[in-house]
Design a protein around this ligand. Structure first.
Ligand code: NAP
Length: 274
């Protein structure tokens, strides 16, 4: 069967080596590859490649995560909650959209932090990834504060959530000083803009877990500053791996080895830098 990453541009994605390593370890005769689809061609690709008999499933990334919704026959609960689709499942001729980003992101966080029920969390960003994570975090934590460049987007997101939430400008960072977890869901610090951080280092402290969902570079400037402040850190690669694990289970019904997928993703990322 054929599996794809639908995006534009798709470039040097680590998803093909990550999924192909798991297919190969399990002896499955599947192939996962990138499929760069211009937004104008999305409908046509759905009707051809995605509805083909040989299609097994797909991941969906920027810029299609929202636009793809109208091409799905059904949406799973995770996609409804996140208002975005990152995984397509096909059963017979029915296309069902899911979103595994949030589950993957929360699994990576709780494996490092433990129970988050008493945590005060600051989330930077109100875009696609922030929306997905916020929906899962808000009902589970003591307090969730969303800081965003466009304050009205943070306000709208905060008001949609269940739980104890607040919002503000990304420029008003002093709330981080009384927080337990800081999550960066903005692209600030992502390659090629390494050296940039969304947070003034003076707000970081040793009682904080800094979780940057950016995974390229593996260690962002925010994480470097967090190390210097004595904070614990977590990068975005495990979130990527766990969203892939969830997608793999949806497509095949089999639990793949997360370690195999992590090692393949890491090797591909490191190879991209040489
Ligand atoms: P998105 O929908 O485009 O949202 C971007 C968010 O970042 C928006 O809230 C935007 O603020 C903010 N932002 C952008 N540039 C900024 C700047 N220069 N200063 C301050 N804020 C800025 O993107 P996304 O899909 O949520 O992805 C965000 C990041 O998460 C990307 O780096 C992506 O690679 C990463 N990600 C990682 C994983 C993983 O598995 N590890 C999964 C998904 C995404 P405005 O609202 O004001 O525009």
């Amino acid at each position: 069967m054929r599996f794809y990453l639908l995006g534009y541009p798709v470039g040097h994605s680590v998803s093909p080596p990550m999924h192909n390593a798991a297919f190969s370890e399990l002896g499955l005769d599947h192939k996962y590859s990138t499929l760069g689809v211009h937004p104008d061609q999305l409908a046509e690709i759905i009707d051809t490649e995605i509805r083909a008999d040989s299609f097994g499933g797909a991941s969906v990334t920027i810029p299609h995560k929202i636009e793809i919704i109208k091409h799905m026959d059904e949406l799973g609960e995770s996609a409804v909650r996140a208002s975005a689709v990152n995984t397509i499942e096909k059963t017979g001729n029915v296309l069902r959209g899911h979103n595994t980003d949030a589950v993957g992101g929360i699994r990576a966080l709780t494996e490092v932090y433990g129970s988050i029920s008493k945590a005060r969390v600051v989330l930077l960003g109100a875009g696609g990834a922030a929306n997905a994570l916020a929906a899962e975090l808000a009902p589970r934590v003591r307090e969730l504060i969303i800081l965003n460049r466009s304050v009205e987007k943070a306000k709208a997101l905060s008001e949609r959530l269940d739980g104890n939430t607040g919002y503000g400008s990304i420029l008003d960072q002093s709330v981080i000083e009384s927080s337990d977890i800081l999550v960066n869901a903005t692209p600030v610090g992502m390659s090629p803009n390494i050296g940039k951080s969304p947070v003034e280092a003076e707000h970081l402290h040793s009682g904080l877990l800094v979780y940057d969902i950016v995974y390229n570079p593996l260690k962002t400037q925010l994480q470097i500053d967090a190390d210097a402040a004595g904070a614990r850190t977590l990068g975005g690669l495990w979130m990527l791996v766990y969203q892939g694990v969830e997608a793999f289970k949806i497509w095949t019904g089999i639990e793949p080895s997360a370690e195999t997928m992590y090692d393949a993703a890491l090797a591909a990322l490191e190879a991209n830098h040489h």
